[in-house]
Design a protein around this ligand. Structure first.
Ligand code: MCN
Length: 791
């Protein structure tokens, strides 16, 4: 069950807005990223990519490129095949009936999306490698292509893979179809919405990069890379791609400049980098250009959906029915199957008691960049659908959208709450968070002001976004039952050294989230120390034997849970040593300020750091106790955590120009116990920004030839700081019973909340124009067109 962090609390570390220790090197240019690392004799890799969306490769002539100065080697997909390595980029999540086409490091027979790697040039300098790319001659036979997930599964669409003539990778269903049909038949009203969630391109500050070093004498590969999960990369590289045992691969993630999901995946490019190093016996470095990132980083979302909601006249939601076509891109990325299926369909109940839910998802191959998890992954898409449905339902019933939400919220005494979409929510006080958010904007007064302004032809809109998300996928057994090839556990080592300092080694891998600070806070709290006594190490598979990594907002709950458990074990061992040396029983010791004190005789005490020294001397330990003071912990939580909250946006929309101004943005989040309120607020700020980006600006576009049109920063619009309001944030705290420190994730919450909130606000502003829904991104042009007839 949930307990408070169970140090004595005197350290005060847990819950404090401690400044991020990692920021000084990051902000002063001392952070070491993959591209900053150079080994003696490093060579440089550039990858020739397909400029066709779909084509048969007739021939590749590399001779001119190979003859260029400073070019060391040019390889094609055939060379990789001939090398005899397994050469598979594996899928990491199976689904019933899933079609898994071959996915090699470099294409051999066909290219199936623009940007697909065809050939690799290794040269003495990056420039020489890039120049040589242009001297490779590729002859193609262009083939028909398809980029839209609905068109892809239509009868006459060209097949992306021979194995899936209908382009259907999977056809997934969740919930009870018959019960849902019955709920719809018996309901007073039905409202529906057709919507698209466009492709999002991740835009991490640091594009992907890899540096590989092969040591022939030991047969060991060292690979520095921009990874959110080095151990997972080690595992997939090992068996799937290179055929090396795991103990012959060291994956190191140095500083990683943002990921947002895109650096979870095992891409062909890093594998090619490693393979080239193995061929040449020289270090090989690959650094993606920004355009390469747009073309090859996994994209997010790409859903086309019809949603329906069945309601009674009093506002009771009876059922929800959803059918989605999810674009998967040309190849299955590792979790590209899980994201639009389990992670999506299971949150369709949102914060509401909905007795009947049915969802069908058709996963479609298209001639586009592979799609996988992007911040909010699946949960963002699902919450968007349910929140849009609640809004259109409220319109249908002519009921205030806050009121309709309130009437259906899961109540605090209903937890654990099992939804009709197969999740068991851990804990929550949804109405309290919603009320707090509405109070922040003076909701009733604001509605009044909205009515008054409409008389002056001014249109403000109030958007409400209620969300609940499944964060920290676990336990491993459940994940495995559903098809995951990864575990839901996390691992850590808590190690005192003989001077009394502590090193925490964690299997997660930060890309900006602040783990070095928050993990130190957890350990400091449990051990009665200051955060300055704690060093946190992540991102090196040789130093940290096992781990699953950072994604799905799991690090605080699963990684942090593991650290807390490890620290408690260490503390208990220290207690036994203290009891022995103080000649008392362990039960007679209290732990205050890092000291074990004999109850009633506080002058008889030993500090845990002194005990650490003793533990490594080993001179005077209890009978049978091994020396040392460290603990390796594997922690597999009993379930997900379920962060939740309500966001409210107030916008003013000018129907004449289509311009949207965000007046206010209020976010009330509940992520359980808060380790560091400043870091949590930072996560919320970043998340809102990305949600607003998706709602108003972002979206990948393909032209009629299947070429990505949004392939540069001036073509793909992310929000600028000047386009954002001051965010107003607040929290409620409902501890999760699913981990030892009562935390819930927060890394994705605000991204999940912000898209429905923003769309709700703009659509609310345009109610007088009869606008029920607008697809993202809602641009001035789309507003202008939607209001055209009524201006
Ligand atoms: N935290 C806290 N108290 C809580 C919950 C979390 O203080 N109750 C802290 C954590 O200790 C951690 C941070 O908040 O420092 C985020 O924790 P968590 O929600 O566990 O998420 P992860 O650390 O697992 O990070 C993953 C999540 C995801 S899935 C995406 S996508 C995302 C995100 O984090 N990508 C990010 N935030 C990002 N932030 C940055 N800077 N860069 C990214 O690429």
């Amino acid at each position: 069950s949930a307990d408070e962090p169970d140090g004595d609390g005197s350290s005060g570390a847990f819950g404090s807005a401690i400044e991020r220790g990692e920021d000084v090197p990051l902000l002063t240019g001392d952070g070491e990223y993959t591209d900053d690392i150079s080994l003696r004799g490093t060579t440089h890799l550039a990858i020739r990519r397909s400029d066709h969306a779909h084509a048969r490769i007739e021939s590749i002539d590399t001779s001119d490129a190979a003859a260029m100065d400073d070019v060391i080697a040019v390889y094609t997909g055939e060379d990789v095949v001939e090398s005899g390595v397994p050469n598979t980029i594996p899928t990491a999540w199976d689904l019933p009936g899933l079609v898994q086409p071959q996915y090699r490091m470099l294409a051999t027979d066909k290219v199936r999306h623009e940007g697909r790697g065809i050939a690799a040039v290794v040269a003495e300098t990056p420039h020489a490698a890039h120049d040589a790319l242009e001297r490779i001659t590729v002859e193609y036979e262009p083939l028909e292509h398809v980029t839209d997930p609905v068109e892809a599964v239509e009868r006459d669409a060209p097949p992306v893979h021979d194995e899936a003539a209908d382009n259907v990778a999977f056809d997934f269903e969740l919930g009870e179809a018959d019960a849902t049909d019955e709920a719809f038949a018996n309901a007073d009203q039905v409202a529906s919405v057709d919507l698209r969630q466009p492709r999002i391109i991740p835009n991490a500050m640091e594009p992907r990069a890899a540096l590989a070093d092969w040591e022939d004498a030991t047969g060991k590969l060292r690979l520095w890379m921009t990874s959110q999960n080095p151990h997972l990369h080690r595992m997939l590289l090992s068996a799937g791609t290179l055929g090396l045992p795991e103990n012959k691969i060291q994956v190191i993630a140095p500083e990683v400049g943002g990921g947002f999901g895109s650096k979870i995946y095992h891409y062909p490019d890093e594998a090619v980098t490693a393979w080239c190093a193995m061929q040449l016996g020289r270090p090989v470095k690959w650094q993606a250009t920004r355009s390469e990132s747009y073309l090859t980083d996994c994209h997010g979302r790409d859903h086309v959906t019809t949603g329906e909601i069945a309601l009674d006249d009093d506002g009771t939601i009876r059922g929800v029915r959803v059918e989605t076509h999810a674009g998967l891109g040309a190849q299955l990325s590792q979790f590209g199957t899980a994201t639009p299926s389990y992670l999506y369909a299971t949150v369709l109940s949102g914060q509401y008691t909905i007795p009947a839910i049915h969802c069908r998802v058709v996963g479609a191959f298209t001639n586009t960049t592979p799609v996988d998890a992007y911040r909010g992954a699946g949960r963002a898409e699902g919450i968007y659908v349910i929140e849009r449905l609640v809004d259109v339902g409220a319109r249908e019933l002519e009921m205030d959208p806050a009121e309709l939400r309130r009437r259906n919220l899961v109540q605090p005494d209903e937890f654990p709450y099992e939804s009709a979409a197969a999740l068991v929510y851990d804990s929550g006080e949804y109405e309290r968070a919603m009320d707090l958010a509405l109070d922040h904007v003076d909701y009733d007064e604001l509605r009044e002001r909205q009515r008054e302004l409409r008389d002056e032809d001014r249109y403000i809109g109030i958007g409400i976004g209620n969300f609940v998300e499944s964060a920290g996928l676990s336990p491993s057994g459940l994940a495995g039952d559903l098809g995951s090839q990864a575990g839901g556990w996390e691992s850590s080592i808590v190690r005192f050294d003989s001077t009394g300092s502590v090193t925490v080694l964690a299997g997660t891998a930060d890309q900006g989230q602040g783990h070095r600070t928050t993990y130190a806070q957890i350990a400091a709290e449990e051990l009665g120390l200051s955060v300055d006594d704690i060093d946190v190490v992540e991102g090196d598979t040789d130093r940290i034997p096992q781990g699953m990594g950072t994604y799905g907002s799991r690090s605080a709950s699963v990684g942090g849970g593991s650290i807390a458990r490890g620290a408690r074990e260490v503390r208990e061992k220290a207690r036994r040593i203290a009891a022995h040396q103080l000649e008392t029983s362990a039960d007679d010791l209290e732990f205050v300020d890092g000291e074990f004190r004999v109850t009633g005789a506080p002058d008889r005490s030993l500090h845990i750091q002194t005990i650490a020294h003793e533990a490594y001397l080993g001179h005077d330990l209890p009978e049978g106790m091994d020396p040392g003071l460290e603990e390796t912990n594997f922690y597999d939580p009993e379930n997900f955590t379920y962060p939740f909250g309500t966001h409210v946006a107030v916008v003013e929309v000018d129907p004449e120009t289509g311009e949207i101004e965000i007046e206010r943005y209020v976010a009330v989040d509940d992520c359980g116990e808060i380790i560091n309120p400043m870091i949590v607020e930072g996560q919320v700020h970043g998340g809102i920004t990305q949600g607003i980006g998706a709602a108003l600006y972002e979206g990948a576009a393909y032209d009629d030839n299947g070429h990505l049109q949004t392939r540069r920063m001036d073509e793909y619009a992310v929000p600028h700081s000047t386009q954002l309001p001051e965010f107003e944030t607040d929290n409620t705290v409902t501890p999760s019973p699913h981990n030892p420190i009562g935390v819930k994730g927060v890394g994705e919450s605000a991204t999940i909340a912000a898209t429905p909130t923003m769309v709700s606000a703009v659509v609310d502003a345009l109610e007088p124009f009869g606008v029920d829904h607008l697809d993202m991104p809602i641009t001035p042009e789309s507003v202008w067109r939607a209001t055209e007839g009524d201006r």
